[in-house]
Design a binder for this molecule. Sequence first.
Ligand SMILES: *Cc1c(COP(=O)(O)O)cnc(C)c1O
Length: 364
Amino acid sequence: MAGIAAQPGIMEIALYVSGESKLAGRSDVLKLSANENPYGCSPNATAAFTAAATDLHRYPATDHAGLRRAIGEVHGLDPDRIICGVGSDEVLQFVAQAFAGAGDEVITTQHGFAMYPILAHAVGATPVTVAERDRRIDVDAILAAVTERTRIVFLANPANPTGTMLSADELHRLAAGLPESCLMVQDGAYAEFAEGFDGGISLVEAFPNVIMTRTFSKIHGLGGLRIGWGYARREVIDVLNRLRQPFNLSNAQMAAAEAAIRDTDFTARCASENARLRRWMREQLVQMGVGCDESHANFLLARFASPDQAKACDAALREAGIIVRPVASYGLPEALRITVGDEDGCRRVIGIISDFMADQRGAA
Ligand SMILES: *Cc1c(COP(=O)(O)O)cnc(C)c1O
């Protein structure tokens, strides 16, 4: 590369690997690897997206006012304290760019979302990984890892890929224990799937150094369209907005997202179906002797007896046209993350795992 060189940190980044979506030679693939909504998105979102097709020559609004108003109305939030991004990933990127740099530390946890260390490296900061306890974020361990150089703590709650969750009290204790110079990011990509969780709103109201992020990719079924948002004190949002490209979201994205978030019946139906099938799937897995923590998200983490057994089960699922997510790169080589599909999908995946486990018992 002649004399040009990437900024420090960038070459430390291992490229993000997304859930697979295809199997060679099969057309009936059941994709349960990316935590997508098995019911698609609200028909109102599709209609709004289609209607936006007549205006493709128009630049979009730079201030996202309509979408922020809709989010504010649905969640009871001040629209002036909301920022919208190209997926919540972009909001997380603004956070890293704005608040961390060379010489700074960014805390993530043992099985935390793969984007967090990528974002830290991208701005030249040092990611510091804190151990979890039995696949649960450990508040005391995070607080013990904070130094005067810590600028950001990233955590997803409910967490991906474990599905576990900190209680409101623990979240509060973490936020209260962090120095004011350290920003806590409550990534609520799966917040709507957790019963009785406000996604971090009360935390943001209580602490000046907390931001919550949310996404349209999961419960709203718009992963392909790339829309997310964040909510924090006005001063924090003001900083992030300076980094945002003026036209980061298209008209079609904003129109679809606004229709999606206003369709609260659709959201509620998806959440209740997910809860029902998640409970059923977990019961089935546990009965077969597959380990499975209670999940608060739209996936389950199935834990097998060994990494080899997980690999063999993954192979059996692929043989049957089902793609799930191996999570060895998250420090969980004995586990597979399985998105909760629709009823048919759940029955199909449980049927294959059940046959697989019966074979394993027969072979033992
Ligand atoms: C899926 C996911 C997101 C959402 O990413 P988008 O960029 O909004 O699609 C964020 N955080 C976690 C932990 C996720 O699993």
